[in-house]
Structure formats: structure tokens, C-alpha cells
Design a protein around this ligand. Structure first.
Ligand code: GAR
Length: 197
């Protein structure tokens, strides 16, 4: 059984795709043992609670220093003992120690075809704004392992999505989620769980 912790910051639609995948059995051999948000108001926490998954919120704002937050965040993770940490729209820079401790056990979903529109400053809607500004005709999403860089880790899965005439960042974001993110993130977790046996 692959025990996963999902880290979130916002709406949690990717978290929902994982919850649904585990329930339907398209993600096999996997249990979501916790959801951690850096934002107490994140709707993702409601999704976790509705699914009966332990949900925690731990915000840098409530700590006197970044170091204190990093330590508390790592303690929280360690207490859960995950086999895999899934960043599903988690907009916090990870503590270096976390990358060291969980090397090859952290994956992230990014809403573009890496290496396009990724790295520092490219997150959420900004990614789709940049893709539209550049006029690309194809974009997509990437699941990758997390290393010390920003969006530089080994790529696990990618899926392309067409950009359509008249797209706004919001329309494109939704299409990338529906046609790519909600498919490849559950699939990557299933693959990793399968490899674990
Ligand atoms: C998703 O589009 C995810 O790919 C993106 O944030 C959104 C979260 O949505 N992540 C990044 O941009 C990371 N660089 P969700 O909370 O509904 O899953």
C-alpha cells in the first residue's frame, strides 16, 4: 500500500481527482493518509474533510520565522510517515531539508509542458497568461519529481492540450485541468503505487 500525503493551497480540484481515483479504484494500492494546506481557508481542506481524510493547516504566517515554519511543516509530515508526497497546487517553496529527506518521494503537477512556462514566478493562472501571451497553439500539464530547482525534476508524465481561438487564461486553465491535470496526476500516482507493489 502506498501511503500518500497531498499538499495543497487552494481549490483542490487535483486533490479531488486523487480522492475520486482512489475511491473508484483507478488509482490502485493507494491510501491518502493526510492533506496539508498552508492556507486555512483553502477549499481543498473541505474536500479532505468530506472524504474523511485527516486535514491539517499550517501557515508560515503563524510562525515567527521561516525556519520555525519549516521545522513544524517537516514535523507534521514526519508524523504522518508518507511513502509519497504529492504537491497538488501547493504554492510554498519547500524547505531544502524536505527535498533531502524525501528525495524521489515528492511529485508535483505543473500546468504547462515543461520546459515551457515553468520555473520561478510561473504558477496558477500566470502560466496560462504567459502561454496565451506567447501565442502557443499547444500547452498541457506535467507531473514531475521535485528536486532542489523549480520545476527541474525528472518528468514522469505529460499531456498536451490545444489552445483555442478566444481562450482566456481562465478558460485555458480549466481545459488544461480537465484534459490533462486530473488525468495524469492520478495516473502517475497509480504507476508509482504499482511499481511499489
Ligand atoms: C493547478 O492548475 C496546478 O497545476 C497549479 O495550481 C493549480 C491548483 O489547482 N500548480 C502550479 O501552478 C504549481 N507551479 P487546484 O487547487 O484546483 O488543484
Amino acid at each position: 500500500m502506498l501511503n500518500i500525503v497531498v499538499c495543497v493551497s487552494g481549490g483542490g480540484t487535483n486533490l479531488q481527482a486523487i480522492i475520486d481515483g482512489v475511491e473508484k479504484g483507478t488509482i490502485r494500492n493507494t491510501r491518502i493518509i493526510g492533506v496539508i494546506s498552508n492556507n486555512a481557508g483553502a477549499y481543498a481542506l473541505e474536500r479532505a474533510k468530506k472524504a474523511g481524510i485527516p486535514a491539517f493547516s499550517i501557515s508560515p504566517k503563524n510562525f515567527e520565522s521561516r525556519e520555525a515554519f519549516n521545522r513544524a511543516f517537516l514535523d507534521q509530515l514526519e508524523a504522518l510517515e508518507p511513502d509519497l508526497i504529492v504537491l497538488a497546487g501547493f504554492l510554498v517553496i519547500l524547505p531544502e531539508k524536505m527535498i533531502e529527506v524525501y528525495r524521489d518521494r515528492i511529485i508535483n503537477i505543473h500546468p504547462s509542458l515543461i520546459p515551457s512556462f515553468c520555473g520561478t514566478g510561473y504558477y496558477g493562472l500566470k502560466v496560462h497568461e504567459a502561454a496565451l501571451a506567447r501565442g502557443v497553439k499547444v500547452t498541457g500539464a506535467t507531473v514531475h519529481y521535485v528536486d532542489e530547482g523549480t520545476d527541474t525534476g525528472k518528468i514522469i508524465l505529460q499531456k498536451a492540450v490545444e489552445v483555442l481561438e478566444g481562450d482566456t487564461p481562465e478558460l485555458l486553465q480549466r481545459r488544461v485541468m480537465e484534459q490533462a491535470e486530473w488525468i495524469i496526476l492520478p495516473k502517475a500516482i497509480d504507476q508509482i503505487a504499482g511499481a511499489k507493489g
